[in-house]
Ligand binder design. Structure first.
Ligand SMILES: *Cc1c(COP(=O)(O)O)cnc(C)c1O
Length: 458
């Protein structure tokens, strides 16, 4: 039943939207490992991060202790255009599966950018504007983050330069045009505008690029252009902080009706939606107030949690970013083309990596065709056409609901439905035509990248 002692309640507005983000690090006894300076291997200080990131965001990045960070009124006003996001009971899915499980999903695709990424984009753009910057640079893979950031920048009147992984740039012209419609400039990466882009193009002629490479380009441009900083849509602690709005809303709604999820499931690329969805629940778990099973779902083609190692690694291919301790496949790992573009990152949030290492959450990897099977099953009964990324969570939610059918257990499942798949119809087309493949890297391949991890004894 609803718990009167829950501290976050005092941070809810009358419409049950959070007035503060929740920082799960405050309740972690063992904190996530700090970012390291790749030269000295000492923890990065705020002043070292300042040429790359906005000041206020650096403070949030490094703050392991403040549990609640007030959401500035301007950001709350923006959130009100599309939040609270719906928390839906999947009655039709339950019925079609014939499961005694109760399935709920929190749907983040209800805005033009089509995913949860807008929650952090508006926050990051706000702090850039507040610092008096002219603009921001970023990378985008599948295009969701770039779209979200373009919307936020348009709203606040900031310039936005997006380095878009070349294969996506070519395959997803509509995403690209949405970004340009919101005023962003979009450059295919690797480009010839940056040192790192020229180097990668020379070494790998004709390459389709990767997220790690686009990050290096965006960072280079931000640090060499006055009045610009770099912003990142996932992985970082600050992004998980902003995304806690998802979990806070979900928890407020569930508490109101006296519902406690047994299991919380989310897809994990860099870990931001899952980190955000689970944060208040994980807080209770860390404080010993409640227990929840938490499952991260990743593609079998890019299995950072399930087959990666917990080690310090670069966040980008050009090795210009700080080192982060995370479950990683190695920063040179370029996953086989997978239609869940947002899940193709080689590493994982340091917060989630530490929680996983402590055994506080589980991880599972799923094959692409199984994911699309679940996506279509879901679309046909619940109506929403899900993003391929989100469909990883749907797959495992369905699998768990089917287990309940066997055992007769009436478990309550909550999963994160991070976005819509309208711009992913090429992927759906491949699945419908029966020509989608399931590439799974071999142990030898993974070992090759692992050997190249920086040697850091921490
Ligand atoms: C980017 C993205 C993801 C994965 O990113 P996380 O940081 O792991 O949340 C998942 N779903 C959608 C729709 C996305 O756009």
């Amino acid at each position: 039943m609803a718990n009167e002692k829950i501290p976050y309640k005092i941070y809810l507005e009358e419409n049950e939207m959070p007035k503060a983000w929740y920082n799960v690090r405050a309740d972690m006894k063992k904190k996530p490992a700090p970012l390291l300076n790749p030269g000295t291997l000492e923890p990065m200080k705020a002043e070292e991060l300042a040429p790359v990131f906005c000041e206020e965001l650096i403070a949030q990045e490094l703050d392991n202790d403040t549990a609640y960070v007030e959401i500035p009124q301007e950001i709350r006003d923006f959130y009100k255009m599309y939040r609270p996001s719906p928390l839906v009971r999947a009655y039709c899915l339950e019925e079609k599966l014939g499961t005694p499980a109760k399935i709920y999903y929190k749907f983040e695709g209800n805005n033009t950018s089509g995913s949860h990424k807008l929650n952090s984009a508006i926050a990051q753009a706000y702090y850039a504007k507040k610092q008096g910057l002219k603009g921001v640079t970023t990378e985008t893979g599948a295009g969701q983050w770039g779209t979200a950031l373009s919307m936020a920048c348009a709203y606040l009147g900031l310039d936005c330069k997006v380095y878009m992984v070349k294969v996506s740039y070519e395959q997803k012209p509509f995403r690209r045009e949405v970004m340009r419609t919101y005023g962003a400039s979009v450059v295919p990466s690797p480009s010839m505008d940056t040192n790192i882009g020229r180097k990668i193009n020379a070494e790998h002629p004709g390459t389709g690029g990767s997220l790690g490479c686009a990050i290096s380009e965006a960072v280079e441009v931000a640090t060499s252009t006055p009045g610009y900083r770099y912003v990142l849509g996932s992985v970082l602690n600050q992004v998980l902080l902003h995304q806690s709005v998802i979990g806070l809303e979900a928890k407020a709604a569930m508490d109101k009706y006296g519902i406690k999820p047994d299991m919380i499931i989310g897809c994990a690329g860099g870990g931001s939606n899952l980190g955000g969805l689970i944060s208040p629940f994980m807080g209770e778990k860390l404080r010993g107030e409640n227990d929840y099973r938490i499952i991260a779902v990743e593609p079998a083609s890019c299995p950072s949690f399930t087959r990666g190692v917990y080690a310090y690694d670069f966040c980008d291919t050009g090795m210009v970013c700080p080192l982060a301790k995370m479950y990683t496949l190695g920063c040179d790992f370029i996953p086989a083309p997978n239609h869940a573009g947002g899940l193709r990152y080689h590493g994982m949030s340091s917060i989630l990596s530490e929680l996983y290492d402590q055994g506080l959450m589980e991880a599972r990897s799923v094959k692409q065709t199984d994911v699309f099977e679940a996506a279509e099953y879901f679309a046909r009964c619940e109506g929403i056409l899900p993003a391929p990324e989100s469909s990883h969570a749907i797959r495992v939610a369905i699998d768990e609901a089917l287990k309940c059918k066997e055992t007769g257990e009436e478990k309550t499942i909550l999963f994160g439905l991070t976005g819509t798949g309208y711009f992913d119809m090429v992927a759906y087309e491949k699945y419908n035509d029966g020509i989608m493949d399931d590439y799974i890297p071999t142990d030898e391949e993974l070992a090759k990248y692992r050997e190249k991890l920086p040697k850091v004894d921490k």
